[in-house]
Design a protein around this ligand. Structure first.
Ligand code: SF4
Ligand code: SF4
Length: 310
């Protein structure tokens, strides 16, 4: 891979504590083959660059309106600027003119060396806490070449890496990344074991995801790195049938860890800010969450962690 190859990076989030062990820098790579209807980072789904608004930052100066070559921006006296996304060609001229940062590109083109220069700044925190970097997205498996290069550069600096993935990617390329010595954890985000539910709510079948999970579970080395993750959305994937079948599959594959991620609605405003609209879901009740936790822990022998519990 040439050194000047770039990837669109949504953000390099420092001091992450829920994306693997210890303190980590999470690298969000833009582009995902799934389109989960509850996605909490919907601005990371489209592999192409996008313009994102932060309406609260807008000071109403109007510079963006004057600079837009496509007349895609108008001012609504009540609600502030309005972008006609059909006219917008994502030239980003408006973002350059917007000193208030109310308009920005979603992501930045970065080389592997540029990414690593930022990630290495927190090297001391990784060493002291058992942390490292986490490759997330979007979907890291859409960027296996770049991801491989980041992992190899991290290995040369003795930095450990965690993959945060939906498991939807080319099996050989996924396996090659998973086998790398400094990849210590694979956060494997399976949304629903029921394929009809999976298709309806993520846009793709779960077959490849389950096949890839079986592949990693069959190899002693990659199996030891697996931590399952499950977003929990009331009325979508928290039914007794789905939870039981999920637990049975995990038992069959010898999986020992699961993280539960109850739904939150943070994706709705982000989706609005890139010109879309996301429906609202509900998190499971506290009682249902406790039942699911108990089932996975007591019946399936899993170590269960719940993130974002209120
Ligand atoms: S340039 Fe930025 S601050 Fe000024 S009107 Fe446009 S969005 Fe608002
Ligand atoms: S990014 Fe879109 S809205 Fe902004 S100046 Fe370019 S065409 Fe206009």
């Amino acid at each position: 891979m040439s050194n000047d190859k770039t990837v669109l990076v949504g953000s390099l989030q420092k001091f992450s504590v829920e994306d693997g062990p210890g303190i980590r820098t999470t690298i969000f790579l833009k582009g995902c083959p799934l389109s989960c209807r509850w996605c909490h980072n919907p601005e990371m789904i489209d592999p192409k660059q996008q313009l994102i608004q932060s309406p609260n930052n807008c000071i109403g100066c109007g510079y963006c309106i004057k600079t837009c070559p496509n007349d895609a921006i108008t001012m609504n006296p009540e609600t502030g600027i309005v972008i006609d996304r059909d006219k917008c060609g994502v030239c980003l001229s408006c973002a350059k003119e917007c000193y208030a940062q109310a308009l920005r590109p979603v992501a930045k083109e970065m080389t592997v060396d540029e990414i690593m220069a930022v990630a290495e700044q927190d090297r001391g925190f990784y060493d002291n806490t058992g942390g490292g970097i986490t490759l997330s997205g979007g979907e890291v498996l859409m960027h296996t070449e770049i991801a491989g290069a980041i992992i190899d550069k991290a290995a040369a600096k003795f930095i450990k890496v965690c993959l945060d993935t939906s498991g939807f990617g080319d099996p050989e390329e996924f396996f090659a990344l998973a086998k790398k010595d400094n990849v210590t954890h694979i956060l494997y985000d399976m949304k629903s074991i029921d394929d009809d539910v999976h298709k309806e709510y993520t846009g793709v079948s779960n077959k490849l995801i389950i096949d890839n999970l079986r592949m990693l579970a069959a190899d002693e080395d990659t199996a030891s790195k697996l931590v399952m993750r499950m977003p929990l959305i009331a009325g979508v994937n928290d039914s007794e049938e789905i939870i039981t079948k999920t637990g049975e599959l995990y038992k069959e594959l010898g999986i020992s860890r699961v993280n539960l991620l109850p739904y939150h609605s943070l994706g709705m405003s982000k989706e609005r800010n890139v010109g879309g609209q996301q429906e609202e879901f509900q998190e499971p009740s506290e009682e249902r969450l406790n039942e699911i936790e108990k089932y996975f822990a007591d019946e399936c022998g899993l170590t269960v962690e719940i993130f974002g519990r209120v």
